[in-house]
Ligand binder design. Structure first.
Ligand code: GLN
Length: 489
């Protein structure tokens, strides 16, 4: 039987069609996969500040870890960029809830309570929670032995929830820390008798040289998941799930785990950080970056505060009663608020009430510092002007000079001389206050130190170096201000 060329072609085409249809039916996952696409070019992803081996800085100051690598691999797979922020666990949770970040990957356990406010991905790592004590502790062998003891835990974690739920049963007290470094240091100096943290993290810290042990088995605590705010950015969850499946299938997932869990490079590099020279040579770049941010924050906020504060200060001595009332009101409110509350308000609270006012941590920090300093500067300006004898204003006005002219030509030149030392003093205070902004996750000098300590446990040496850095800068500034004062005088 002969088949014509036309018929052959038809047969071939229909055969191919059938194959394609069959393939599509047989692999529905692929078909949905194609439809998962990023909706933005850049997603902000929040992580813990240090939670080795899931996220931590290596000795080059680069963030690495299982969470970091997984997220990088998935973003590459789907062609979106990620802006990673590392504010710490509770702050990362808050940032996603406030809409500051699109997603969180932070060794975050999937729990029913969290499912009310977050959408989670498929689990990517199994965890448990566990108690750690100092190596030489022999008295704690079981949970019952914790009676009357103080236990350290990190704020906002599942360990904290477990400790609260079981406090009556076991009769311990709880001390809460903002970050892992602080909590582990507290155990080292015996401020707490035990810590509770996730088992993989504790065991990693022990493998890295922390002189702790886990006296009994971990308590099961589910799995880690990537999360977004409930109902937001569903495509991120879809990409994470499909991406994770691919990473597992290709063996890349196992390679990432092995890289951090199996006696890694990062682990070996840490050893030389036990000396001052090792510490400095490994971290000088990070430390200078941190110092740069500290100085930049202090300078920018101080310049802005000088402008705002001078204005408010001038209003406080103005002839208009409304102006004076406004000025008093402003100074009272700002001075009545602790800087940290102001910073939390601007960064976390404001965007929840007014979504358009979503500020970055750095901007919110600078704004908080500016407002805070402006109130004090307003007071310095008012005090300086009031220190000039009132007779001078009266005399000049009776000679026919206007209020503004008198201020400009007679009062202010004298007042400024009086104000200069107080301005310098205020600048030094502002510089020191930048440390408070570290609570928003801004990696200024103090936060830089905390992150380094979290990696190498050298609290004494690192904080000594940080202290000296502040001291040098502030002493230099004070010397400079003495020169300035002489010049003005
Ligand atoms: N897995 C714990 C939790 O989800 C702790 C997470 C963390 O400290 N980064 O609460």
């Amino acid at each position: 039987m002969k088949i014509s060329f036309k018929k052959k072609k038809l047969l071939l085409v229909s055969l191919m069609g059938a194959i394609v249809t069959l393939c599509m039916l047989a692999t529905p996952a692929k078909a949905t996969d194609v439809s998962i696409k990023p909706k933005k070019d850049v997603y902000t992803i929040a992580l813990d500040s240090t939670y080795a081996p899931f996220e931590f800085q290596d000795s080059n100051g680069k963030y690495v870890g299982i969470d970091v690598d997984l997220m990088n691999a998935i973003s590459k797979m789907y062609g979106f960029k990620i802006n990673k922020v590392f504010p710490g666990f509770q702050a990362a949770v808050d940032q996603v809830q406030a809409g500051q970040a699109d997603g969180i990957i932070a060794g975050m356990s999937i729990t029913d309570a969290r499912k009310d406010v977050f959408d989670f991905s498929e689990p990517y790592y199994e965890t448990g929670i566990q108690i750690a004590v100092l190596n030489n502790n022999v008295s704690i062998q079981k949970l019952e032995d914790l009676k009357g003891q103080r236990i350290g835990v990190k704020n906002g974690t599942t360990s904290q929830q477990w400790l609260i739920d079981n406090q009556d049963k076991y009769g311990y007290s709880i001390k809460t820390f903002d970050d892992g470094a602080g909590m582990y240091d507290a155990l080292e100096i015996k401020d707490v008798v035990a810590n509770m943290d996730d088992a993989p993290v504790l065991n990693y810290a022990i493998a890295q040289g922390r002189t702790f042990k886990t006296p009994f088995d971990k308590i099961p605590a589910g799995n880690y998941g990537f999360a977004v705010k409930k109902g937001q950015n569903p495509e991120l969850i879809a990409m994470f799930n499909a991406g994770l499946a691919k990473l597992k299938a290709s063996g890349e997932y196992d390679r990432i785990l092995a890289k951090y869990m199996g006696g890694s490079e990062a682990a070996k590099k840490q050893i030389d950080e036990s000396t001052f020279s090792g510490l400095i040579s490994n971290n000088w770049k990070q430390l200078l970056d941190g110092l740069g941010k500290t100085i930049a924050m202090a300078l920018i906020s101080f310049v802005l505060a000088m402008i705002l504060g001078t204005l408010i200060g001038l209003l406080s001595v103005a002839p208009s009663k409304t102006a004076r009332i406004f000025s008093t009101f402003y100074v009272d409110i700002i001075r009545g608020l602790p800087l940290m509350v102001l910073a939390f308000f601007l960064f976390y609270a404001l965007p929840q009430a007014l979504p358009l006012l979503k500020l970055s941590d750095l901007v919110a920090g600078i704004l908080a510092l500016t407002l805070n300093a402006s109130a004090y500067i307003a007071e310095i300006v008012r005090g300086g002007i009031n220190a000039v004898p009132t007779g001078q204003m009266e005399a000049s006005r009776s000679l026919g000079l206007s209020y503004n002219k008198t201020m400009q030509k007679i009062i202010l030149p004298q007042a400024i001389k009086i104000m200069v030392p107080s301005f310098v003093n205020q600048f030094v205070i502002s510089l020191k206050d930048t440390t408070i902004i570290s609570v928003l996750g801004v990696i200024e000098l103090l936060q830089t130190g905390k992150i380094i300590v979290a990696r190498n446990f050298q609290s004494f040496k690192v904080y000594l170096i940080i202290g000296i850095m502040y001291l040098v800068v502030i002493t230099a500034l004070t010397k400079f201000s003495k020169v300035l004062e002489k010049k003005v005088a």
